[in-house]
Design a protein around this ligand. Sequence first.
Ligand SMILES: Cc1cc2nc3c(=O)[nH]c(=O)nc-3n(C[C@H](O)[C@H](O)[C@H](O)COP(=O)(O)OP(=O)(O)OC[C@H]3O[C@@H](n4cnc5c(N)ncnc54)[C@H](O)[C@@H]3O)c2cc1C
Length: 610
Amino acid sequence: MGIKTVYEDCDILVVGGGMGGTGAAYEARYWGRDLKIVIAEKANIDRSGAVAQGLYAINCYMGTQWDENNPEDHVRYARNDLMGLVREDLAFDMARHVDSAVHKFEEWGLPFMKSAETGRYLREGKWQIMIHGESYKPIVANAARNSADKIYNRIMVTHLLMDESKDNRVAGAVGFNCRTGDFHVFRAKAVVVAAGGASHIFKPRSVGEGMGRTWYAPWSSGSAYALALQAGAKMTQMENRIVLARFKDGYGPVGAYFLHLKTYTQNAYGNEYETTWYEDTKAMVGEYIDHQPTPTCLRNHAFVKEVAAGRGPIHMVTKEAFQDPHLEEVGWENFLGMTVSQAVVWASQDIDPKYINPELTTSEPYVMGSHATCSGAWCSGPEDLSPDEYQWGYNRMMTVDGLFGAGDAVGGTAHAFSSGSFTEGRLAAKAAVKYIKDLRNEKINVSDKQINDFKETVYQPMENYAIGRNEIVGGTVSPSYLLPIQGLQRLEKVMDEYVGGISVNYMTNDKLLERGIELLDIMEEDFEHIGAEDLHQLMRAWELKHRLLTSQSVAQHTLFREETRWPGYYYRGDHMKLDDENWHCLTLSRRDPESGEWAMEKAPVYHIVD
Ligand SMILES: Cc1cc2nc3c(=O)[nH]c(=O)nc-3n(C[C@H](O)[C@H](O)[C@H](O)COP(=O)(O)OP(=O)(O)OC[C@H]3O[C@@H](n4cnc5c(N)ncnc54)[C@H](O)[C@@H]3O)c2cc1C
């Protein structure tokens, strides 16, 4: 094969330079002055990941210096929002360190809004502080750049390398440069995977000219989950997908609207509707509906039911708040700081929120571990806090030796958001440095065969295209390959119809899931025939394969949990109630990398905070 191979030997490889990855690089340098630290990033770290466009609020800040909140309060909040199920040790660990990360952001030049009266950070809500955050990502990228020995931008990491001298130990990663086409081999003693969450695994609401627009970043391709799964790492809570109520068509954020502008929702006839569904929800989930604040999924549930009852669309009442010029300015700035497209959509549809209450919609589901849900890898917790079942070595290490996670990659730590993901990167890197120091002179061993086998696999979609293009029968149709976009649409359709997407109103059951899993398995065979006409399509091909693995994991977990724990995120039609007696637990899975077989189990939820 005439493709150049570039080798890089390092101590710590960070896969993905988003919020978690930049935090990892920064902290790895602090503890590992003499270590070689490398980042491999699919895009360019200056504008990559979910924070690429900027943010208007940092959603996780305790404010312990002013006695605003304590880490215990945040654990209670996340636990409540997730209907009882989080990894409280990991959540507490993140919360006790997050403020220091936020203070660093300010030191590095991120502009914070301050209260004129108190001089403190201006609060949008109990946990959120407001920033002029268009430059958020370049600022944290700069900290990573000053810390890492080398940053490889435009590298799509496709697989992790495994050590051949010790079972179940990671030894680096491979991928390709999306611009030059070079094959990259990173041999590393420890790897921190921080490659973000997963959008575009369920059919999105945006189709036709809007295709590609999603709420979660469209480039979040589930790589964090797929890389871990391919290496045989255990996953947790992968069924806990998230559905967001957002402004229609642009998926614009609502946090600042609810919390700062004090806008509220009503149905098409101008009526409040959440209380209409109180009894219905109580029958499904019991006393959880009485918790304060109302868990996000239950508010979604009322939205979904109200629309299904024929009283949609749901509107956000903006007309009152927008009469105040200051709030009007905040309303628009909020979009300009993080979701410009929502302002554009409103302009193009003649919606001025001062005079028209805009529509909201519920999104297609996404998978992530850092926002308001907690899917991801099953990671070891901190030594001082974690019960035995949650602790087998180093903080944030997965069940594969030397493989660490941060941000969306880690399961169980909901409501970490941007600041918490950066903090998790720091915690993971600190532990990775310790892991490397404990290894002393022990070497990792990666054979040429392992590398060459991956090289052949990685470029196979280009080979498929080169051969199959001779058979093109019309336009782009060839009998011997599928294009990545065709594969993506097939995947989204199956996930949508069988695993609880928008077209079935988030409903699924055991029969649908079993059939969906069969169809996903067939797809796995078919995706061996993906054809990539250029390097960009090769990236698309690997994103698709990562999305498929993530989807298989979501489907397996959804089948395993026989209850409806989060109505409003999804429903198990055959088990329409929350069942604390049998399912007040975390779900774990492991996919055998050799056979592709899935093994499922339950893990206890320990409430370490009252
Ligand atoms: C629409 C939206 C609004 C949000 N609003 C807020 C908010 O207001 N406040 C707040 O605090 N948080 C907010 N968040 C949450 C926050 O952005 C995430 O919690 C955080 O970015 C997650 O960090 P991460 O490192 O896991 O993922 P990311 O920051 O997404 O980083 C993942 C990185 O991995 C790279 N990558 C992916 N695949 C590969 C691969 N195969 N090889 C190499 N690199 C790869 C990506 O390019 C990216 O750079 C929001 C998120 C979204 C999507």
